[in-house]
Each structure stands twice: as C-alpha cells, then as structure tokens.
Design a protein around this ligand. Structure first.
Ligand code: NAD
Length: 468
C-alpha cells in the first residue's frame, strides 16, 4: 500500500502522513502515497534552487536528458499504464497512449530551439535578443491526464534551463510519483522534484518564496486563486483552465459521419477533457436526425473497468465529479429537457455513468452553461449560424470550439469567429506537441506546447554590445 515515495533532491522521500487514492472503478482505496509536509516542500524547493545553477548552463546536456527521459518512460510503459488506469479510470489502451504520448512529447521538445535573435550586428554595435530561464518552476496538475499534463510542463521547463517541483492532483498522484522515481537515475538531483498531497500543498507552492513561475492546469476557480497567490512575488503564471467548448454543425453535413466524430470529441476519456465538446449546436432541420444518431452511438459504447478488455469508457474519476454530472443531468431534466439516452449511474459500485444525450434543451440551463466535465452532452437547436456563433461565444470560457461542414473553407470562416484558443474544422481535440494550446477569456493565460509554450518558461534578455 505504501510503496510510493516522493522525489526530493534525487532521493526517495516518505512522509509520516499518507492519504488514500481510490480506484474509481471499485471505490476501493488501493494506495497510500505520502502527504508532503511544509518542511519537505521547503527541502524540494531548496534542492530545485541549488540544482538550477548547473542545470541552466548546459543546453546540450539538457537536450540529451530529455531524450533519455523519453527512453526511460518507454521502457517502463507496461508498468505505468495499468497504474494510470487504476488511479484515473481510463481504459488501459488509452492509458498506454498517454504514456507513449508522454515519451513522444519529451522527444519532440528536445528538438526545439531556444531562439537567439541578432537584430543588429555591424561595426558599431551587436544586439542580441536572448531567452533566459526563470529559475524554479512550481507545476500543479489535475486528474484527467495526470501524466501527459505533467510532461507538458516538465519537458519545456527543463529544456529552457529551469528546475521543477511538481505536485499532481491528490486523486491521481501515483503515475507522477512513479515518473519521479524513474527520473532519479536520469536527471541530476534536484532538477525534478515530485511532491504529493492535497489542495493545501498547492497553496503552499504558489505562495512559496522560491519559485519564479507557476505552471498550473486545473479549474477556473482554482486558477483564479493561483493567480492571486502568485501575484505578491510577481511570479510568472501560465494557467490552463476549464472550457465549455461548442461544436457548431452546419446544414450541409453528412449526419452519420459527423455524429460519429462529434460523439468521440465529446465522450473521449468519459468527457473529462478540458477541450472536449461540451455542447452541440445543430440546425433545426437536422436536429431530430443528429440527436437520434448521437443517441444510437451512445447506446453501443462499452463502459466498464478500464482494466477489462474491450472497454471504451471508464468511470468518472471521483465522487465529486460523479455527483456533479448527476446533478447537472437531473437539473436539465427538472427544467424540461429530454434525456434521450443514459441519465443514470451504472451498477452499484464504481463511478460509472451512462453515456448521456440530452435534447430539447437550450442556453440558460446549467448543463449547457457550465462545464460538465463528464459523459453527458446537451444538443441544442439553432436557426441561423450567426445566432449559433453568438451563443457559442456567450460564455466566460474560451478554450476551443469546432465547426463542421461539407465545405471546410465555409466552416473555417465561421470557426474564425469563435472566441477561443483553438478553433477546429471538421475535427475536435486536434492537439499536438508542435501546436500552441491555451485558452481565451477565463480559460487561461498563456499557452503550452510548441515553441510558444517553451518561451513561456523563459524571459527576454537584450544583450546590447557597443563596439565603438
Ligand atoms: P482543480 O482546480 O480542482 O485542481 C487542479 C490542481 O490544483 C490539483 O492538483 C489540486 O490539488 C490543486 N489545487 C487545488 N486548490 C489549490 C490552491 N488553492 N492552490 C494551488 N493548487 C490548488 O481541477 P481538477 O478538478 O483537478 O481538474 C479539472 C479541471 O481542470 C477542469 O475544469 C478542466 O477543464 C481543467 N483542465 C484544463 C486543462 C487545460 O489544458 N486547459 C487540461 C485539463 C484539465
């Protein structure tokens, strides 16, 4: 039960206190990782600070280390994936994709250049625009893609020359602790420290005097607290927060083919993706057939324990999230919406919820207006495309969105009007290591991934050399 340790200064670190991690498929506590104390957090921060000097100096070594980390993750993939399934709930083949995706992210990031721009170089003067690392990065992650979202922070932070203290969600700490354990033999002591604990530990990190940057992924409500907590020391922040992505279907779509893609854009990872489709706008004349098609797909999906073969969707990750989805669907029902399929829990144990399609619903209902983050999709009729765009934009969220049409250029015209960080055409969740990902409005500050994400772990330095 207690063979999980934190990684502080390159060494395994237990703690007096522990906390329980629940397998969402069984509701059993199956592991008890350490509850980091304030003194242990101080030790992790101090270790990261003392490792920074040497680490920030040798770019070639950092590049090679990222490749070594990728290889180490690949070598341990078979061991990490079932652990991810047990702590998070996702089917083991998807867990495997996350693990190997994490390795690919490290490989890709190792190839990025840290730009040096020479904007003048003549007899009188040389002016270089350089990028310096920031120092210690405090990274905080959520429970839906615990490993991948940790890597989105660790890989660019390290390449840029920073050192890291990372805290995973208390619901899914195990794969990140395991990553720390793997890294002990790959990175120098102090370069990556992994601590585990509850929300309070997150607060200690964001207000700690050592970090110069907070890289946070989680909910809007917590993101706002993080921003406030980081402000007194003028720490840099990147916030990747929640979304309420709209998919707008245009009148010329192939209903069957589009419904299939829209369904998986909404239900992948049991809907627990920041940039999953969370509401679908459908032209009135196609409304009945789209609702029917989505419901037909929902009925075929195999939901179950992610360790079992053939399971397509696992449980919700935790009781709070399960209760939230239940509450939002019940609220929609109470306000006259039609639950076409699904709408209740599956079985007596585990946080399993039926893939749910809700029709005859509109904006102003909580299931449409709020982020459900679960397997329940509201389908909303619209009259004009202008109206659909206006409703899609009438929210504080602005993470991503998509427009679907037989004519991709026509759809792109509409997609450009969406107030969000990623506007997709005839696809959703098109996330890749070389593309910036981030939110508009309350969905975040800054971006992750690609050269743009890397620059977020640096600050500009102008070196201006007067020669004569
Ligand atoms: P959450 O905000 O509850 O928790 C996220 C992390 O913050 C956890 O590690 C938690 O322990 C920590 N935390 C909690 N309170 C804190 C505080 N006061 N100070 C510092 N840290 C604190 O989010 P969650 O429920 O774990 O994740 C779901 C949310 O994350 C959804 O809203 C989802 O959309 C969002 N998300 C966004 C992205 C993105 O890239 N934009 C990706 C995945 C998830």
């Amino acid at each position: 039960m207690s063979d999980y340790t934190m990684t502080i200064d390159g060494k395994a670190e237990a703690a007096k206190g522990t906390f329980g991690v629940i397998n969402p498929a069984t509701e059993d506590v199956f592991a008890r990782p350490p509850e980091c104390t304030r003194e242990q957090l101080d030790a992790a921060m101090e270790s990261a600070q003392s490792a920074y000097k040497a680490w920030s100096k040798d770019e070639a070594k950092r590049r090679q280390t990222l490749l070594d980390i990728a290889a180490a993750i690949q070598a341990r993939g078979q061991e990490i994936a079932p652990l991810l399934t047990q702590e998070q709930g996702k089917p083991v083949d998807k867990a495997m994709q996350e693990v190997f995706g994490a390795a690919i992210w490290f490989q890709y990031t190792s190839s990025l250049q840290i730009p040096i721009e020479t904007i003048q170089d003549d007899a009188t003067r040389r002016i270089e625009i350089r990028r310096r690392p920031l120092g210690v990065v405090a990274a905080i992650t959520p429970w839906n893609f615990p490993l991948m979202l940790a890597v989105w922070k660790i890989a660019p932070a390290l390449l840029a020359g920073n050192t890291v203290v990372i805290k995973p969600s208390p619901y899914t700490p195990l794969t990140t602790l395991k990553l720390g354990e793997i890294l002990r033999s790959v990175v120098p002591p102090g370069v990556v420290n992994v601590v585990s604990g509850g929300n309070e530990l997150g607060g200690w990190m964001t207000s700690h005097p050592i970090p110069r940057k907070i890289s946070f992924t989680g909910s809007v409500a917590t993101g706002k607290k993080v921003n406030v907590s980081a402000a007194p020391d003028l720490k840099r922040v990147t916030l990747e927060l929640g979304g309420n992505d709209a998919a707008i279907l245009l009148a010329d779509i192939d209903v069957k083919a589009t419904a299939q893609k829209v369904f998986w854009g909404a239900f992948e990872n049991s809907g627990q993706i920041c940039s999953a489709i969370k509401r679908v706008y459908v032209p009135e004349k196609l409304y009945g057939s789209v609702v029917e098609e989505l419901a037909a797909i929902a009925k075929t999906v195999k939901v179950g324990n992610g360790l079992e073969a053939g399971v397509q969707l696992g449980p919700l990750n935790n009781k709070m999230q399960f209760d939230r989805v239940t509450e939002l669907v019940d609220d929609a029902r109470k306000h006259g919406a039609r639950v076409v399929t699904g709408g209740k829990r599956i079985g007596p144990k585990g946080y399993f919820y039926e893939p749910t399609i809700v029709a005859d619903i509109s904006d102003g209902t909580r299931l449409v207006d709020e982020e459900q983050f679960g397997p329940a999709l509201p389908v909303i009729p619209y009259r004009t495309v202008e109206d659909a765009v206006e409703r899609a934009n009438a929210t504080h969220y602005g993470l991503s969105g998509s427009v679907w049409s037989a004519d991709p250029e026509k759809a792109a015209e509409v997609a450009r009007q969406l107030e969000c960080g990623s506007a997709w055409v005839n696809q959703h969740l098109a996330i890749a290591p070389n593309l910036p990902f981030g939110g508009a409005k309350w969905s975040g500050i800054g971006v992750e991934n690609g050269p743009w994400g890397l620059l977020g772990f640096t600050e500009i330095q102008v070196v201006n050399v007067a020669k004569a």
